[in-house]
Design a protein around this ligand. Structure first.
Ligand code: SF4
Ligand code: SF4
Length: 324
């Protein structure tokens, strides 16, 4: 089953979650490392890890779950999630909203997970975490990936006599696709994290990040019904894809966010928009220059006035002295 073992690229990802970092075994594992583990309805702890947990949802998780439930994104977000900040940043996201006396996942039943084949990414990784280093979320090719095992006392899956390699386990859990789908989104979060909180992200930027990350229906409207298409160069092929295909739209949203939030390449603003912007800036600069000149002239006039007053006072004083 699951718990929150979503993977960070700076090794402290797990530490930043609510879920017991001390249970990470201090050993770097590879895809061929050995794993003894099984999770099935026969384990005494079955569904224990689906309660009192924090499961952050990625955009792909949201897309797949709301399709599974056959409801629009906004309904899924309202009904099944609550707001959460991502990775101790100010990036807004969502986590599954726990329910009931046992504080359980909305999809857990005594028989197990009701959305198992579409369960979130975090539920698939457990108990094998992955550290993925790529310098502050850049596209640097010199990435280093390794795996690690989380062994919590309540999880009896480690006592089961099933043996795998890490690679076999990951293939069984379907995490490769999730890695691929979540990669660029996680990089956005890690980029934000690497900038530190002293670098501010505007409220508008946060709103855009949240909207694009959680509600692709609205993001699609933004692309096709706002001034977006007047502003950006978009080829017909990309437009056709993102109009129909939710996954293509999601991947495009990551590109758009990387470009607008962090200045990453990938999107081009139309020439006439750039010219208009340059004119606008120039106009603002001209206006600022005129205002500064006006202010200078006013100060100068005031200084001249005071100087003249002083000279008049001094002349009057001299005359008075001469008369006396
Ligand atoms: S989605 Fe399924 S596997 Fe994940 S916590 Fe909920 S019930 Fe458990
Ligand atoms: S074996 Fe581990 S993963 Fe499976 S239900 Fe028990 S606690 Fe959860």
């Amino acid at each position: 089953m699951a718990t929150e073992e979503y993977i960070d690229n700076e090794s402290d990802f797990i530490k930043s979650t609510d879920k017991n970092p001390s249970n990470i075994l201090p050993e770097k594992l590879t895809l061929s490392s050995h794993l003894q583990f099984a999770c099935h309805p026969g384990v005494s702890c079955f569904t224990a890890c689906c309660h009192n947990i924090k499961i952050i949802l990625t955009p792909y998780d949201i897309l797949i779950l709301r399709k599974r439930l056959n409801i629009p994104a906004h309904e899924f977000i309202t009904e099944y999630t609550e707001p959460a900040y991502l990775e101790k940043t100010d990036m807004p996201g969502v986590q599954l909203k726990l329910r009931g006396e046992k504080n359980g996942c909305p999809f857990v039943t005594p028989e197990g997970c009701t959305v198992y084949s579409d369960r979130p990414s975090a539920c698939r990784y457990y108990p094998v975490g992955m550290a993925d280093f790529h310098e502050g979320g850049t596209n640097d090719a010199s990435e280093e990936k390794f795996f690690f095992l989380v062994k919590e006392p309540h999880c009896k899956g480690h006592e089961e006599p099933k043996h795998w390699t890490i690679g076999e386990w990951r293939a069984d859990q379907g995490v490769d696709l999730r890695d691929e789908m979540n990669k660029e989104w996680l990089r956005l979060v890690m980029r934000r994290k690497s900038f530190g909180l002293q670098a501010t992200l505007s409220e508008a930027a946060k709103r855009m990040f949240f909207m694009a990350s959680t509600d692709l229906d609205t993001f699609r409207k933004f692309i096709f019904e706002s001034s977006f298409l007047d502003t950006y160069e978009m080829d017909a092929d990309t437009l056709a894809k993102i109009k129909e295909d939710d996954v293509e739209l999601m991947l495009f949203s990551f590109k758009y966010l990387a470009n607008t939030l962090f200045g990453a390449p990938g999107l081009t603003i139309k020439e006439d928009k750039i010219k208009a912007k340059v004119e606008e800036i120039k106009k603002r600069q001209d206006e600022a220059l005129l205002a500064a000149e006006r202010e200078y002239e006013e100060l100068k006039a005031e200084r001249d006035r005071m100087l003249k007053e002083r000279q008049e006072r001094e002349a009057a004083a001299r005359k008075k002295q001469a008369d006396s």
